[in-house]
Structure formats: structure tokens, C-alpha cells
Write a protein that binds this ligand. Structure first.
Ligand code: SAM
Length: 278
């Protein structure tokens, strides 16, 4: 278990007291997200369970779009909470992003998540041992998963390396059309956060992931995650937000004869540009 400071322990206890209520106000939910400590009763370090700081989750929500949403490895629902409320505020209560499913394997986190975001459907399960066909297809998958060689009960359908985050994105590619994920900066194909300007930077591990899955990860709208580095609890990770167009990757994986022929380009205009403007 994590060693909490006196201030952290006091705020965690206040969050636990709030959770005794049947229904929490919006402000109380925010208080729980900010102060219920993931390491108070769990060995969260080895489980890779470090919850996203709220301010980063708010920024992340800008990159999470596409319709009905699934949060894989949801913790107590920080990402899902901000995606839900951002879309609801922007598009009203009928927007498809309002339909959110959260999957998390730690039952204590799920119990808190159900109070923080009761609007979501919560499932307590291991994402690598769950039958997603029961849930239908999603417009968007989101996650801040455990990183690197955190133990897993299974793996993605195509990727064969060690990184938890790549296995999870590979899995997400079969259940959603788009994805937005928080992953280690070294697993992203670029550096944007904490550096002067965007730089492409594809490691061998990334190239293996891309070759095996056909999924290309790209930068989102440009959130500098380094800005929030000091806000994590117990760690200060260098991360990036990466986005994926799974629908395009899926079509590219299909056999050529299954893909509708692309429209033929118009015949080139004869003559030179000078003929045209003359
Ligand atoms: C880095 S934390 C992030 C939690 C949350 N997404 C957030 O952003 O605050 C990763 C979460 O994944 C959960 N987890 C780890 N392995 C899992 C698995 N195989 N299936 C489902 N959840 C898992 C952990 O319990 C932890 O809550």
C-alpha cells in the first residue's frame, strides 16, 4: 500500500465518508475523483494503478470522440467522467458519447466508480478475459492502462510484444472505430509533451506494434501532458495522448476484394498550366 501524507490521508477519509451517501452531488463526485487515493488500501504500484489527474482527464476528453464509448481499465472512472460531462455539456443529454461502459478489474475501484459516474454501465472484469461480443460495437475506446510489463491475464489479438498498453490498444481495435489513450511517451510514435515542438520518434517497439496490428497512433489536438506531471499521485510519468482510427486500420486489413474500389481519379487535364490561364 502507498504511504499517504497526513493531508492525503485526511482527504481520502473525507472521500470515504462521502461515499457512504447513496447519491453524490456533482461537486462531491469531483472531490472523490481528486482525493480518493488508489493506493490507500491497495498495492497500486505493482498493479500499474495510478489514476489520471483530473485536469489531464479534462484535456484528454477533447480527443475522445466518435460516439458510444468504452473505458478499458477504468479505475474509478476519471477519464469516463470527463468524457461524459464534456460531451453532455457540449451536445446535450442525447449525445451518443453519453452512453459509456466502464470495465475495471478491481472491485473496490468499481464500487467507487459506480458512485462517481452512475450514468455509466460498470463491469468488474479483466479486459483480457472478457467477451466483448456481448456489448456491441463502440464509436470510441478510451484508456489510461497500466504501462509496460505490468502482468496481464491475456493479450491482444495480433501484437506479441511485452507492453501492456499496446496489447490493450490492439484489443480496442476490434471493438471500436476510434480510440484515445494515455500511454508512456516512449511508446508513442512522437514527442510533443515537455519538448519545444512536435517530433516524430518511432521506436523499434512501436514499429513492431504498428506492423503487427496495422494500427497507426497519431497525436491528438495537442495536449502537453507534461503540464500535468506534478499532479499524479506517487509518480510523475512522461506520457502522451495518442489517437487511433481503428476503422481505417480494419479496412486496410481486410482482403482487397472485400474493399469497395476507390473512385477513379478524373482524367488529367491536357496542356500546361499556362494553357489554362491563357
Ligand atoms: C493507470 S490506472 C488508470 C485508471 C483510470 N483509467 C484513470 O485514468 O484514472 C489503470 C487501471 O487498470 C486496472 N487494470 C489493470 N489491469 C486490468 C485488466 N486486465 N482488466 C481491467 N482493468 C485492469 C487497474 O486496476 C487500474 O485501475
Amino acid at each position: 500500500m502507498a504511504k499517504l501524507t497526513k493531508a492525503e490521508a485526511r482527504k481520502h477519509a473525507a472521500a470515504v465518508a462521502l461515499l457512504q451517501k447513496d447519491v453524490l452531488t456533482f461537486d462531491e463526485r469531483c472531490f472523490v475523483l481528486d482525493n480518493w487515493h488508489e493506493g490507500a488500501n491497495h498495492v497500486n504500484g505493482s498493479a500499474g494503478a495510478f489514476f489520471t489527474p483530473s485536469a489531464l482527464a479534462q484535456d484528454f476528453a477533447i480527443d475522445a470522440w466518435g460516439g458510444r464509448t468504452i473505458d478499458l481499465c477504468a479505475g474509478i472512472g476519471c477519464l469516463a467522467f470527463h468524457v461524459y460531462w464534456r460531451h453532455r455539456a457540449g451536445h446535450g443529454s442525447d449525445c451518443p458519447e453519453k452512453q459509456i461502459v466502464c470495465i475495471e478489474k478491481n472491485p473496490d475501484y468499481v464500487a467507487v466508480g459506480r458512485k462517481v459516474l452512475p450514468e455509466a454501465t460498470w463491469i468488474c472484469a479483466d479486459v483480457f478475459a472478457f467477451d466483448f461480443s456481448t456489448l456491441g460495437h463502440f464509436g470510441c475506446a478510451i484508456a489510461n492502462p497500466p504501462f509496460g510489463s505490468t502482468p496481464r491475464a491475456g493479450q491482444g489479438p495480433r501484437y506479441s510484444g511485452r507492453a501492456f498498453e499496446y496489447h490493450l490498444i490492439d484489443l480496442a481495435a476490434d471493438i471500436a472505430d476510434n480510440g484515445a489513450f494515455i500511454i508512456p511517451q516512449m511508446s508513442a510514435p512522437f514527442q510533443f509533451s515537455g519538448v519545444q515542438c512536435y517530433r516524430e520518434c518511432k521506436s523499434e517497439h512501436y514499429l513492431q506494434f504498428e506492423a503487427q496490428t496495422g494500427v497507426e497512433l497519431a497525436a491528438g489536438c495537442g495536449v502537453d501532458c507534461a503540464f500535468h506531471r506534478a499532479d499524479w499521485r506517487g509518480v510523475a510519468p512522461s506520457v502522451e495522448i495518442v489517437c487511433a482510427d481503428f476503422d481505417t486500420a480494419r479496412k486496410a486489413r481486410q482482403k482487397p476484394e472485400e474493399i469497395a474500389p476507390a473512385p477513379r481519379p478524373a482524367a488529367p487535364v491536357q496542356g500546361s498550366l499556362f494553357d489554362l490561364v491563357a
